[in-house]
Design a binder for this molecule. Sequence first.
Ligand SMILES: Nc1nc2c(c(=O)[nH]1)N[C@H]1C(S)=C(S)[C@@H](COP(=O)(O)O)O[C@H]1N2
Ligand SMILES: [Mo]
Length: 324
Amino acid sequence: MPRLVDVPAVPAREITPRDTYLRRRELIAAAAIGAAWPATALAQAGGTPRPGKLAALPGQRSTVAGAMTMEKLTPYADVTTYNNFYEFGLDKGDPARHAHRLKTRPWTVAVEGEVARPGTFGIDDLLKLAPMEERIYRMRCVEGWSMVIPWVGYPLAELIRRVEPTGNAKYVQFVTLADPKQMPGLSSSVINWPYTEGLRLDEALHPLTMLAFGLYGEVLPNQNGAPLRVVVPWKYGFKSGKSIVRIRFTEKQPKTAWTDAAPHEYGFYSNVNPQVDHPRWSQSHERRIGEDGLLQRRRPTLMFNGYEAQVGQLYAGMDLRKHF
Ligand SMILES: Nc1nc2c(c(=O)[nH]1)N[C@H]1C(S)=C(S)[C@@H](COP(=O)(O)O)O[C@H]1N2
Ligand SMILES: [Mo]
């Protein structure tokens, strides 16, 4: 397998050994006691508590604008058992039930199309490509629910820069694994497999767009898209493709699975927008997973999922009802 060309090694200072990481968390938490911070902000400042289920994958707290919401984290149990990953079935519990069948190593990602340096890259090289960061993002599903998830990964731009898109590259397509031996959901025909998604190149290069390898300080559970996925926090959840095996740079807007399946319901952009309803339901409010119960409140959905200050300019002058 070819090595990722010109990839600088991760400098030693970027590596956070687990004990240093834990010690730092304790110190920050101790220092913060007595301060009038809400408990979640305190926990998030001190580092995200690790569930201890999978291999550790720590990340430095991100300093990118908008990357660290102080909203209460959705519990790990909800993040990992209430999923959409149709390759493993259509029920929310199916991915957690069936995704153990996914073999995440060895794993390669083919990068092709309009790039000067195409190639097939192994997961271990991709893990070392750039320093891991923790980013706490609001995620909003088109179905009307949302979560707050501490992801671990780095900007997708880090990979894009290294493969050198040509002047013709205007879009990026992402393709998920489609192996019926590992993925029982492929017997369903709700969408055409493999699952595909796409972004405009400037969206893919935006500093908030992540290539994620972990959540809650550990490697991604299979049901959340192991071993690597895309995370685009200002778009509906389906734009964040899981278990990616191919990234293709194109001149024309690429095919995407949901736009292909129901073009009147799912547009290419799919930016979170409380003013543009889905043809069959309103998008004005959302239900935060993990807050279920009698007193659950419906939260108003925010323009661009609350990331308008960071991403609004990407769409300046566009009719967002037409380009939904
Ligand atoms: N390959 C693939 N990626 C996918 C999906 C899918 O069915 N298959 N579902 C999408 C949808 S609709 C959502 S809301 C998010 C859910 O991600 P999570 O389960 O990690 O919260 O994954 C997205 N990525
Ligand atoms: Mo979704």
